[in-house]
Structures are given as C-alpha cells and as structure tokens.
Design a binder for this molecule. Sequence first.
Ligand SMILES: Cc1cc2nc3c(=O)[nH]c(=O)nc-3n(C[C@H](O)[C@H](O)[C@H](O)COP(=O)(O)O)c2cc1C
Length: 576
Amino acid sequence: MVALTARSQSIRSSSHLTMQTVEIGAQTIAIRSLDWDRDRFDIEFGLRNGTTYNSFLIQAEKTALIDTTHGKFGQLYMDALTGLIDLSTLDYLIVSHTEPDHSGLVKEVLELAPQVTVVGAKIAIQFLENMVHRPFKSQIVKNGDRIDLGNGHELEFVSAPNLHWPDTIFTYDPKTQILFTCDVFGMHYCDDHTYDEEPALVEDDFKTYYDCLMGPNARSVLSALKRIEKLKIGTIATGHGPLLQNYIPDWISRYQNWSQEVAKTDNLVALFYAQDYGHSDQIARTIARGIARTEVAVELVDLNEVDPHEVRELVNQAKGLVIGMPAQSSNLAHAALSTILAAAHNKQTVGLFETGGGEDEPIFPLRNKFQEIGAIEAFQPILIKEAPNPAIEQACDEAGTHLGQWLTRDRNIKQIKSINNDLERALGRISSGLYTITAKKDDLINVTIASWVTQASLEPLGVAIAIAKDRAIESMLHVGDRFVLNVLEEGNYQKLMRHFLKRMPSGDDRFAGIKTYPATDGTPILADALAYMECEVSSRMECSDHWIVYSTVKTGRVAKPDALTAVLHRKVGNHY
Ligand SMILES: Cc1cc2nc3c(=O)[nH]c(=O)nc-3n(C[C@H](O)[C@H](O)[C@H](O)COP(=O)(O)O)c2cc1C
C-alpha cells in the first residue's frame, strides 16, 4: 500500500487530462480524473468548467475500489491505481452505477484483478455482464445490505434507483462518515481543489446538474434523501466535481427544496417506460429533456418497478402522460399499463413511443384506447426500430417540447391577454429588426424567427440574442456552437416568416422550398435574406424565461446593399 499524506499528488498528461490522488479519510483515497477541457456532456450539457470523474479506494483489512473512470483516462488512471494497490489483492469493486464515465475501465480492472467481487444493484450486474463480455464474481446488494472490510469500515449500501440511472446505489462508510454517491450531488466542475471550499464558484454548476439529471426524478430524489437521513455524513464523495464537506446541510437542503418544488407542481408529465428495454431509456430521457425546456415538470417512472398506488397517484396528478411501450411487457408492466388506462381521463395530453418493436406494434392498440378515453394526442406515435441517431434524438426532443408547449399554452395566452397595463404598452415601444437564426450541429439543422437581437460589442464584433428556454433551437446555441444570423429584408420577409413559423411534424425538412446556400460549416444561409453573419456563441446569461446568447461574429456579407432591414413595431411588450 502506498502511504499518502493529506496533500494531493498530481500526474499530468499532454491532453489536459490530469490525475489527482488524495487521502480523504482513514485508509481512503480519492482518485480523481480531471478532464479540464471537456465542453459537452450528452447533448444537453454545454460545460463551462470541464469535469472530473472520481473513483475511491478503501484499503482496510479488505480492500474496495468504488467506481473507475471514463475510458479516455486509460493508462493514466491505471497507472495511478496500480501505484496505490496491487490489483491482484483487490477484494471488491463497487459499481455505483454502470454509466460509462464511471465504469469505463471496469474491464481493464477485471483483467488485472480477476479475483475481485463486483458489487452492485441487480440491474447493474446485468448491465456489466453485457458490457465486459467475460465472467466475473459478483454480489448483488439491496438497500441496507452491508460488507465488512474490517477496521470499522463496515460499508452499508443505500438503494437510490433513477438517480439518474436505474441501477444507482450509494455506499456509506461509518468509519470515515463518507457517503459515496456517484452522480448524486455531483457537478461538472474541474479544478485542483478536492473539496467545496468556495460554494459560490460551483453553485451554478450544482444547480444545472440537478436540473438536467435529477429534476426529472424528483420523487426518487426525495425517497433517496429519506434513506440517508439517519446517516451521520462528514463527506459526500461525489462522482463528478469537488467532494462536499463544508456545507453539507445546505447542499442537501437544496436538493430537498428543488425536488419538493417539482413534486408538488400542478403542471406535470408522467413518463412511463421500461428502463431495461431496448433504447427506451435514452428515448425517455430525450423526450423528458424536451418537456423540461418548457418548464413543465417530468417524472420518469419505470413500468417494471412502480407500484400501482404510485401509478394511480401520478396519473391523477399529471396533465400529460408519455408512455414508452415495451414490445414485450412483463406482468408488472402490464399491470401498470392497465392502472394508467383506468386512471387516465380526457383532459390529459398523451404521447406514445415504442422502441425495438417488431411488426406487431403494440403501441397502436394502446393509442386506440387513449383515443376512446378522449385524451389529446401531443405528438404522432414515435416508433424506433434502430439505435437512436442524432436525427431521432432531435425528433424526440422536439416532440417533448411540443407536449410541454401545449401544456403551458394557457399560461402563455393569459400572459399575452393581460395587455391592459401601461408598463407592457411602454415596453412594446421597443422595436427591433427581424431575423432568422439557422443552426447546424452534426447532421441536425434547426431554424427560428427572432427579433430580440442586438449588436452587443465592438471589439470583437458581437451580437446578443434572447432565445426562449423552450425554443427547440436552444440546445444548439451553447458555448462554442456556431449559427447563422440572417437579416430579413423590409417588404420581403413575410413569405419566409410564414414558412418558418408554420408548425411542422418533427423530422420534416424545414427548408423544403426555401433557397439556401451553405456557410463555412454547412449551416444554411437564406438566399433571400438581406445580409447574414456567421457567429460563434461565447457566453450565455440566464434571464428568467430566456437565455441571452452572446456571440462573436466571424464573417458576414450584405447581399442587397440598397435594401433595408425589416423592422418589427409592436404595441405591447408581453410577446414578440
Ligand atoms: C415576430 C416574431 C419574433 C420572434 N422573436 C423571437 C426571439 O427573439 N426569441 C425567441 O426565442 N423567439 C422568438 N419568436 C418565437 C419563435 O420564432 C417561434 O415561436 C418559433 O419559431 C417556434 O419554434 P419552436 O418550435 O422552437 O418553439 C418570435 C416570433 C415572432 C413571430
């Protein structure tokens, strides 16, 4: 065993990946993989501060490694780990959940530690069997189960399903009072500090992380918080970002308050799906992300785990229902679907999807039943027969946004109607130009009409655009993304505006019949625009229901030097 002082040791690689090993408690070492430059996590996260993947080693009479790291750290991590322990003596590998950024090197560890017992929730072990393609010893743990490593390290497991993976478990070590939570309480934030010394630096990332990953499972968060209530926690050893030590009650109460807020909301979509079926999990999360953009709460529920009482309660509360139909349903899923149908009513908005199904498409009989009930269909049934690609993801994301927009339409109409107000009339006198924003990412293209656009800097030349949080294009306007700002022409914008404001089914070509030519990165430039600018997003500021997206202008051209910019004169300031 290598003795470490409380000071950390760092190993740096050439590609802005570094390792930090630091003692965080008796016989306990954090092995932190620092990914300084990572700028994106899944499609939803534009990262500002990189991220870390934290793994932990406890070396008592017996030894346990808690999680590994992202595969990109490969040899760097293995060198740090094998510098601390001879892997042929490792007793346990605890897998908090099987997401690849924490289990990316499980296979490599198993190769050097074939004797190790892998510990995890039942689904985690099943997932791993499919991932590593080699036999290994395993121990399935449930809530309250313990493993004694000796010297007082009697590890206790806490089941925390859905946070944010189905197989999540926490590990609590009473000797050091460290609770290992993996994703939960994590954040994408990378620096050399091991702990949360300055909460102001990280609280935004803590919130964003909660919103993206935990918010859709607010009820499950509350159940997990209840389970850890009785524990005396000195450190929360998270899987991403700094470990929490200095403000633990505050961090926990933030999770508590945000989750309670979501759980009691009256604008809720219950999204039922079978987590371990095909690509159901990925599709469910993508639709949930689209819904969340409209500030409607989403609760993801596994059809195979939920009890009928909870289903009834959720369906009674929810304004929208999304159901991911498993092609072959288990008895439990079948019972849950019957309970949903029995509790559903004609004021509800419904969306259905099916992944991996064959020709029988059980989604259609289900759709007929909802039609008989009189429920409103939010989007056409989504049938996914192949692995989701970016275009499928975009269609699912947009389907979720449409559902959310439908559920918030009353609120928005009310807002627009409340025009008898001097303030709103005064604000309406702010006039602006008319623009079309086109954006392209990988093979996905999106477009929106915008008027809240202004030049925002001289050196470098920069523009600011206010983009509503529930705009589908919003996910393509994160820091580092490029887009084209097309300036519309006075007297010649109506056709373009009508075209792009028309609601089209997700997946349709929004540029059909519109003349375009490609910008440097292939983004469509509208041939009928008066001028265009190619821009790159440098920063974003959250402003209530909009993001202000500040971007530098890289290049541009005026196509019609004598024409004027289309101007929008409004009467009231409570809509565009
Ligand atoms: C005249 C006009 C100006 C608009 N300006 C903006 C704007 O500045 N920012 C914005 O987010 N949406 C703006 N919108 C709304 C979007 O263009 C429109 O709702 C959108 O294209 C629909 O796409 P969605 O499916 O992404 O919601 C404007 C709409 C109109 C009619």
